[in-house]
Design a protein. Structure first.
Lengths: 472, 398
C-alpha cells in the first residue's frame, strides 16, 4: 500500500494502536514483521515470496561467511548472495529490456528473432530491498559489520515497512541494533512524527501530484506538437519540483512513520537544489542511494586510489549503473551518463583551480548553474524516449520548429511559484536541519504551517497515485 | 534539550557528532566506506501536544467549511465518483454476467440500471467510461474469456471511430487497480463519500485553482476548456447527470462550451472508419465464438452536436456499415418511437436524470424485439414516454 492512501491510514492506525500495547518486545517485533508483510502483500501477495527468498538467502550467506575463515568460501557465499539478489532484480526489472535490446541487435544484423511474449510484472520496491539486503551480506563480507544475532531482527531489517519499498535504503548497522532494545515513541516523538508525515504528504499529494505533475505532463506527455521554449523550461522546472516533492515527500513520511514507532531513519535529502556543484548535489540528493553506490560500487571499482584514469572510469561506470538502477530504459542510462560527465568535468576543474576559494557571488552563480544543468538531466529522466527528450531540449534551446504553447497561465504561475519556493527554502536551509529550524521557529508559526499543510491535504483529497520512485 | 531517538539522549538539535556547523547532521554521504551507525533523529523542542490539538481543531473547522461549501455548490454525499478501481471491480464481476454495457458517457448517463432491471429482471454490469471509445471497451470484453453474455455497445459516432482510446485508456493497466490495497482504499473512499459531499475529484484544491484561469494565455486549451463535473455516480457505477448541469445556467453553459460542438481537429477518413469496423468485426466474432452476443445502441444527441457528428461520420458510413459488417442488431435513437424522441438534453450530449429511464425503457423494449437474449419479465411496467420525464422533472422541482 502507499502512504497517501486511505488503506494506509487505517493500517497505520491499527499498527500504532497495537504497538502501544504492553506486550513483550519479541511479540511486538513479530507483530511489526507480520504488519510489514501485509503492507507489502497489499500490492501483490505472491511477491512476498521474493522478499522471503531474499531474506533467507542473505541470512544464510552471512551466517556461512562468519563461520568460515577461508577467503574462498567467504567469497563464494558473497557471490551466491549477489547472484540470487541481482538475478531476481535482473529478471524482473531488466528481463524485458534485455530481450527487447537483443531483438533490436539481432534485427540490425539481419536476424529476425521473435520470442514468445511474456509479461513480467515488476515487484514494487525490488530495487530498494535488494540493495538493503545486499548491503548486509557485503558489510559482513567486508567485515564492516557483524551479522545480526537474531533472524527476527534481520528479517525485520529487510521488511520494516517504512523503508521497504522506496527507502531510505538502510544499512543493517543502522537498523538492526535498534531492534535489540524495546522501542516506543514518547509523546513528543509521536507528535513530531505525525508532523513529519503531514509535511511528507503535503509535498507528495498537494505539491507533486496536485500542482507540479500536471504541468510537467502537459509538455512531456503531449500528443502533438513541440513546446515553446517557455513551456519546455517551465515543464522541466515543474518536474524538478515534482520529483523532489514526490521522493523527498516519501522519505519524510517514512521517517515520520518510523519515528511514531520509536525508530530512527537516516536523512535521504539535504536540500539538494542548493547544491554548489555536482558532487555536492549527490551528497544531498537520495543520499542513501548515492552513498550505497559509492561504498559498494565506486570504491570496489577502484575509487580514486588507482590514478586519474581509473577514477574517471569508476565514476562514469557508477553513474551509468546508477542511472540503469532507476529504470530499464536507455533514457535513464543517458541521465546517469550526463551526471557522470558533469562529475568528471567538475573534478577536472577542481584539479585545475585547486586552492581557489570562490566568493559569495561566484558560489551563488555556480549554484544557479548547477540547478540549471541538473534540470537538463531531468529531461532524460522524465521523457519516455529520446525523441521526446530531444524535442524538449531543442525547445529549451529555442530551436524548435513551429512550437506551440502548452501550459495555461495560472498553472504555469503556480508551478513556478512553488519551484521558486522550493529552491529558496533549500538555499535558506542548506546548512541547517529541519529540526533546528522548527525548534527556532515560534510555536504559533509551526502550528499555522502544520495546520495549513494538513488542511491542504484534506482539500486536495489525493488520487492515491503511486510515488514515482516505486517503479524503480 | 529535546530528546533524540539515537543512543545518546543528550544529543539534540544543536549538539552533533563531528565538527559540524550548528544544526548540521552527518549522513552516509559524510562517511565513505564504513559501517553506518544508528541514525540520529532530533525532536525539536515545541509544545507538541498543544500544537497537535490546534491542528486537529483547525482540521475539524476547515473540513466543516469545505463540506458546507460543497453542499452549497450542489455536491452531495453519496456521489461516489468514478475511479479506475470501481471499473476494475465491475469488470471482474462481468465474468459470467448475463448482460454488460460498454461505451462512452452517453450510454453511461442515459442508461438507468434500475429501469433496465425492472423490465428484464437483470441488472447489467456497467462498464462504460466517459470520454472513451466504445471500440476500446468492446475489444477489452472480447479479450475477456469469462464473458459469455450479451454485450450492449453504446456509441457516439465520432468517439467510436476516433484513433485513440480516450480517457479510459487506463483499462490496459487494469492489474494496477486490482490490488488488495486499491480495493480496500476504494471501499474506505466510498464509506467516506457516502457521508461527505466535498470528496469529489472535480473539486480538488489543485483542480479548482487551475480552473480560475479563464484562458489568460491565448492559443491553447486551458483548464477552462476541460470538461468539468457533469456526472453523479451512485453504487455499482450507476451514473446520471449532475443536477447542477440541469439547473445552474453557468454550469450548463460551460458544459455545452466544453463539448466544442463535437468537432474534432482531425478528419475521419474512410480508412479510419473501415479500420474501426474491422476491429469491431473481429471483437464481435470473438465474443460470439464463445457463446456471447453483441448489440449496438446509439443514444441521442442534440441537434447542435448531431449535425457535426453526422458531418464527420455519416450514419450511413458509420452506424449502418458497422451493423452490416458485424451482422449485429442495433437500436439507433432515430428509430425509437416518437414518445421516446426529443428527450431533454440540458448540455446537448446527455439526457437529464429524469429522461434516462425513458430512453432506457425504449431501447430495452426495442432490443427485446430484436434479440432473444433480452426478454421482458411478465410483470414489466408499462412503457414510458417523454411526458413521464417531464412529469418527473416537474415533480423534482416542486
Amino acid at each position: 500500500m502507499i502512504f497517501n492512501s486511505l488503506t494506509f491510514v487505517v493500517f497505520f492506525a491499527i499498527v500504532l494502536g497495537v504497538w502501544q500495547l504492553p506486550l513483550a518486545w519479541r511479540s511486538r517485533k513479530l507483530f511489526l514483521l507480520v504488519a510489514s508483510y501485509i503492507f507489502y502483500a497489499a500490492w501483490n501477495p505472491p511477491f512476498v515470496i521474493l522478499l522471503w527468498i531474499s531474506t533467507v538467502v542473505d541470512w544464510w550467506a552471512a551466517q556461512a561467511m562468519v563461520k568460515s575463515e577461508r577467503p574462498l568460501t567467504r567469497r563464494a557465499w558473497m557471490l551466491a548472495s549477489l547472484v540470487a539478489n541481482l538475478g531476481m532484480l535482473g529478471f524482473f526489472k531488466y528481463g524485458q529490456f534485455l530481450l527487447d535490446n537483443f531483438i533490436l541487435l539481432a534485427g540490425s544484423i539481419g536476424i529476425h528473432y521473435q520470442p514468445a511474449q511474456f509479461a513480467i510484472v515488476l515487484p514494487v520496491g525490488i530495487s530498494f530491498y535488494t540493495f538493503a539486503t545486499l548491503s548486509y551480506t557485503l558489510d559482513v563480507y567486508l567485515r564492516r559489520a557483524k551479522p545480526a544475532k537474531s533472524f527476527l531482527d534481520y528479517a525485520l531489517f529487510v521488511t520494516f515497512f517504512p523503508h521497504l519499498v522506496a527507502g531510505p535504503i538502510m544499512r543493517p548497522t543502522e537498523l538492526v541494533p535498534q531492534f535489540e532494545q524495546p522501542k516506543r515513541a514518547n509523546k513528543s516523538m509521536l507528535l513530531f512524527g505525525l508532523a513529519l508525515i503531514t509535511l511528507g504528504l503535503f509535498q507528495k499529494v498537494v505539491l507533486a501530484d496536485g500542482f507540479l505533475g500536471p504541468v510537467a505532463e502537459k509538455v512531456y506527455d503531449a500528443h502533438k506538437g513541440v513546446p515553446m521554449a517557455l513551456d519546455a523550461w517551465v515543464a522541466t522546472f515543474a518536474f524538478a519540483g515534482q520529483i523532489f516533492c514526490d521522493f523527498a515527500g516519501y522519505s519524510t513520511t517514512a521517517i515520520g512513520v518510523a519515528l511514531c514507532l520509536g525508530f530512527a531513519m537516516p536523512d535521504n535529502f539535504r536540500f539538494p537544489y542548493a547544491a554548489v556543484g555536482f558532487s555536492d548535489f549527490w551528497r544531498r540528493w537520495h543520499i542513501t542511494l548515492s552513498s550505497w553506490l559509492r561504498d559498494y560500487l565506486y570504491i570496489p571499482l577502484g575509487g580514486n586510489r588507482h590514478g586519474e584514469g581509473r577514477t574517471y572510469m569508476a565514476l562514469m561506470g557508477t553513474m551509468l549503473l546508477g542511472g540503469l538502477w532507476h529504470g530499464a530504459n536507455w533514457t535513464f542510462v543517458a541521465w546517469g551518463g550526463l551526471h557522470g560527465t558533469y562529475l568528471a568535468v567538475e573534478r577536472l576543474i577542481k584539479a585545475r583551480f585547486a586552492g581557489f576559494v570562490p566568493g559569495p557571488a561566484l558560489v551563488a552563480g555556480i549554484g544557479a548553474l548547477t540547478f540549471l544543468l541538473i534540470n537538463v538531466t531531468w529531461v532524460f529522466f522524465r521523457a519516455k524516449d529520446f525523441t521526446v527528450a530531444s524535442n524538449i531540449l531543442r525547445s529549451m534551446g529555442g530551436m524548435a520548429v513551429k512550437p506551440i504553447a502548452m501550459i495555461a497561465a495560472l498553472p504555469m504561475i503556480y508551478a513556478m511559484v512553488i519551484v521558486a519556493g522550493i529552491v529558496t527554502t533549500h538555499w535558506v536551509m542548506r546548512d541547517k536541519t529541519l529540526e533546528l529550524v522548527v525548534e527556532r521557529t515560534p510555536a504559533w508559526i509551526v502550528g499555522v504551517v502544520w495546520s495549513v499543510m494538513a488542511l491542504a491535504i484534506v482539500a486536495e483529497q489525493g488520487t492515491g497515485s503511486a510515488f514515482i520512485y516505486f517503479q524503480f | 534539550m529535546p530528546s533524540s531517538t539515537s543512543s545518546s539522549e543528550e544529543r539534540g538539535v544543536l549538539h552533533h557528532e563531528g565538527a559540524l556547523p550548528a544544526g548540521l547532521r552527518l549522513t552516509a554521504s559524510d562517511r565513505p566506506g564504513e559501517a553506518q551507525p544508528v541514525p540520529t533523529r532530533d525532536i525539536p523542542k515545541q509544545p507538541w501536544g498543544k500544537l497537535a490539538f490546534a491542528v486537529a481543531v483547525t482540521l475539524l473547522i476547515g473540513t466543516s467549511l469545505l463540506e458546507w461549501n460543497a453542499r452549497r455548490i450542489g455536491l452531495r454525499a453519496g456521489d461516489l465518483d468514478n475511479s479506475e478501481t470501481d471499473w476494475a471491480n465491475e469488470r471482474a464481476l462481468s465474468a459470467g454476467a448475463p448482460v454488460a454495457i460498454v461505451g462512452d458517457s452517453r450510454i453511461l448517463f442515459d442508461t438507468d440500471l434500475n429501469r433496465f432491471e425492472q423490465l428484464t429482471g437483470v441488472r447489467p454490469i456497467q462498464l462504460a467510461i466517459h470520454g472513451t471509445s466504445a471500440l476500446t471497451l468492446l475489444q477489452d470484453v472480447a479479450a475477456n474469456p469469462d464473458f459469455k453474455g450479451l454485450l450492449i455497445v453504446g456509441l457516439s459516432d465520432t468517439m467510436f471511430f476516433q484513433p485513440f482510446d480516450g480517457y479510459g485508456g487506463y483499462i490496459h493497466k487494469r492489474a494496477q487497480y486490482e490490488s488488495p490495497a486499491k480495493r480496500a482504499s476504494a471501499q474506505i473512499d466510498h464509506f467516506l463519500q457516502r457521508r461527505l459531499a466535498y470528496l469529489d475529484s472535480n473539486h480538488r484544491l489543485s483542480v479548482v485553482a487551475a480552473r480560475l484561469d479563464p484562458n489568460y494565455r491565448r492559443g491553447l486549451d486551458g483548464p477552462y476548456d476541460d470538461v468539468w463535473k457533469v456526472q453523479e455516480v451512485g453504487e455499482r457505477r450507476e451514473t446520471h447527470m449532475w443536477s447542477q448541469v440541469e439547473t445552474n445556467p453557468l454550469v450548463q453553459a460551460h458544459a455545452r462550451y466544453a463539448w466544442k460542438g463535437f468537432k474534432e481537429d482531425y478528419p475521419f477518413t474512410p480508412q479510419m472508419i473501415a479500420g474501426g469496423i474491422a476491429k469491431a468485426v473481429k471483437a464481435v466474432a470473438t465474443i460470439r465464438a464463445r457463446g456471447g452476443e453483441v448489440v449496438f445502441v446509439r443514444p441521442p444527441s442534440d441537434v447542435h452536436l448531431r449535425v457535426n457528428e453526422e458531418a464527420q461520420v455519416p450514419k450511413v458510413k458509420g452506424w449502418d456499415a458497422l451493423l452490416r459488417a458485424t451482422g449485429a442488431v442495433g437500436v439507433h435513437n432515430d428509430d425509437l418511437p416518437p414518445q421516446a424522441q426529443n428527450l431533454t438534453m440540458p448540455e446537448w450530449s446527455h439526457l437529464n436524470r429524469a429522461c434516462a429511464p425513458v430512453f432506457t425503457d425504449a431501447y430495452v423494449r426495442a432490443l427485446a424485439r430484436l434479440t432473444p437474449r433480452i426478454t421482458l419479465v411478465a410483470n414489466a411496467p408499462a412503457p414510458l414516454g417523454r411526458v413521464d420525464c417531464i412529469a418527473a422533472q416537474i415533480a423534482s422541482k416542486s
